[in-house]
Design a protein around this ligand. Structure first.
Ligand code: FAD
Length: 513
């Protein structure tokens, strides 16, 4: 059995890893986190994926415990603004599509000639909740959907089962790291604040210890590299190559601001917003008391100064005295994230731009898989190999999904956006796009390995982005549409009821303050 783990790095990935491992293994293994006081954390990464609730549940943390401590809010999906055309918006919700007589509501919607501009509001509830800034919970804490979306409509087919949890979270990344540090330290994780100045390897090339500036050598069986884009252990010490995705995802920089906001006056939108810009897009992440915002852009098309000016214009006078955080992004992944006795988790493992908030999801996926593939003293290489396959597939799949966002966007009004249509896209995606032109994405026609996104996410993007011509299924011209029409009407009634009965997200969180 392994006896000790050393985690290098105390950002979101370092503390998520340490707290998860201590929750999983308790005192059966010792965990040490060493983090530098000199090298800061990335300071962004505040929107998540709906699966993140499993992380908090695993740690035994209820929302009441951790959310107020991290100024956290709910996220029901992502609002995409101006990706299709100026003034246009649509949602990618955390909500599966309903199915009627074996066809999804978006299939029926398309067959009806795309009756309105807003497939998202006609086919999903979440669009209405986001537009009207509702909380997904009633004041007494009851979740809005209950079994609303799980009941079969019309004649159901085999495929529709299981649930999609309806929300994720926004949180303050620094507060979350502090919260998880306290959680982990209370459970016996050792915390060393010092710089790692050397990574020592034994004759096999495995890491034997890391040397610190003032706290001596930290030896361990397993080392987790959470040092961010630098990849101090995995890339610098072990020489594992980094495989760039830059050829298909050219955004390589970001500039970010933390903007205090009067939430009582402005309201608290329960979604992340991504607003397309001349050379990328701006994120808006509403936390309780402030907004996190940043411009993700490509240096080939925009200078950092221009990007900062654009972001400040976007925010307005509230940005005047705020300091901007400029970030260079390393887009791609380490060829293998687990090499010998070193596992890279977080930005050192890989990163795609934050367009679908997948950074923290990658961390969660990695640490869950690490526990599932945890080695014994014989270090069976099959465990490492299986782990690396899963992690690589997950990131490669997300890369494909993100490339679709640019390729599929109708917007083509300048060189940056025109290039998104002519730049090479992964061959597998090109083949899939051809299939989607005649049949909306379905489980058999999307990226086949686990990467966090289901077919309905692809459906939302191709319908919302508007740049790929789509044909309705011919069969729908020969099927009786009455059950589908009833479902559209029912959904509209449910959306209106929820709009009336759910509190605003601001009112919901204000009650805890
Ligand atoms: P970092 O935060 O960089 O932490 C590195 C740690 O390593 C620090 O504690 C540092 O002190 C330590 N360290 C480094 N060198 C040494 C040394 N020599 N000795 C000791 N310690 C050392 N993800 C999302 O899920 N949602 C988002 O909305 C999102 N937005 C993002 C926006 C941008 C612009 C970027 C770049 C990323 C975003 N991410 C997002 C990703 C997310 O920020 C990261 O996945 C997450 O913060 C984890 O970072 P990390 O802990 O791996 O690295």
């Amino acid at each position: 059995m392994l006896e000790s783990i050393v985690v290098v790095g105390g950002g979101t990935s370092g503390w998520m890893t340490a707290s998860y491992l201590s929750a999983a293994f308790g005192e059966r293994i010792s965990v040490t986190v060493v983090e530098s006081a000199r090298v800061g954390t990335i300071g962004v990464g505040e929107a998540t994926f709906s699966t993140v609730r499993h992380f908090f549940e695993y740690l035994g943390l209820s929302e009441e415990t951790w959310m107020p401590a991290c100024n956290a809010t709910y996220k029901l999906g992502i609002r995409f603004e101006n990706w299709r055309a100026p003034g246009h918006h649509f949602y990618h919700p955390f909500e599966r599509q309903r199915v009627v007589d074996g066809f999804t509501l978006p299939d029926w919607w398309l067959a009806d000639g795309g009756a309105t501009e807003r497939f998202d509001k006609e086919c999903f509830l979440v669009g209405t909740l986001c537009d009207t800034m509702r909380s997904p919970r009633h004041m007494d804490g009851a979740l809005f959907e209950g079994d609303l979306t799980d009941r079969p409509a019309g004649r159901s087919t085999l495929a529709e089962q299981g649930t999609q949890f309806p929300y994720a979270y926004h949180f303050d990344a620094a507060l979350l790291a502090d919260f998880l540090r306290d959680y982990a330290v209370a459970r016996g994780v050792l915390h060393v604040v010092d710089d790692v100045v050397h990574v020592a390897r034994d004759e096999r090339g495995w890491i034997s210890h890391v040397a610190t500036r003032g706290s001596g050598d930290l030896a361990g069986d397993l080392f987790v590299d959470c040092t961010g884009f630098r990849g101090l252990l995995i890339n610098d010490a072990l020489d594992e190559p980094f495989e760039s995705y830059q050829d298909t995802l050219p955004n390589d920089s970001a500039v970010a601001l933390r903007v205090p906001v009067d939430m009582e006056r402005e309201g608290l939108r329960p979604c992340t917003t991504s607003t397309a810009q001349a050379a990328g897009w701006i994120w808006t992440i509403p936390l309780f008391g402030r907004v996190g915002t940043g411009y993700v852009y490509a240096r080939d098309y925009c200078t950092p100064e221009e990007a900062e000016r654009t972001l400040r214009r976007f925010v307005g006078p509230a940005a005047d005295d705020l300091e901007a955080n400029h970030i260079r992004m390393r887009i791609g992944r380490s060829r293998r994230s687990w090499v010998n006795n070193c596992v890279a988790v977080g930005l050192s493992s890989g990163f795609v731009e934050p367009l679908e908030s997948t950074g923290i999801f990658f961390i969660q996926h990695a640490i869950e898989q690490l526990v599932k593939h945890f080695p014994d003293a014989d270090w069976d290489p099959a465990l490492r190999s299986a782990y690396n396959t899963l992690v690589n597939r997950c990131m490669d799949g997300v890369r494909e999904f993100l490339v679709l966002h640019y390729y599929g966007a109708a917007r083509a009004d300048n060189e940056y956006w025109r290039d998104t249509k002519t730049r090479k896209i992964p061959d597998s995606l090109a083949e899939r796009v051809e299939q989607w032109r005649t049949k909306l994405p379905h489980p058999e026609s999307v990226y086949p390995h686990y990467h966090g996104f289901e077919a309905y996410s692809y459906v939302c993007m191709v319908l919302g982005l508007g740049g790929i011509p789509l044909k309705p299924s011919p069969a729908l011209r020969m099927l009786d549409p009455s059950a589908a029409q009833r479902e559209f009407r029912l959904l509209a009634t449910q959306a209106e009821d929820l709009r009336r009965t759910l509190p605003s997200q601001y009112a919901y969180f204000a009650q805890f303050r």
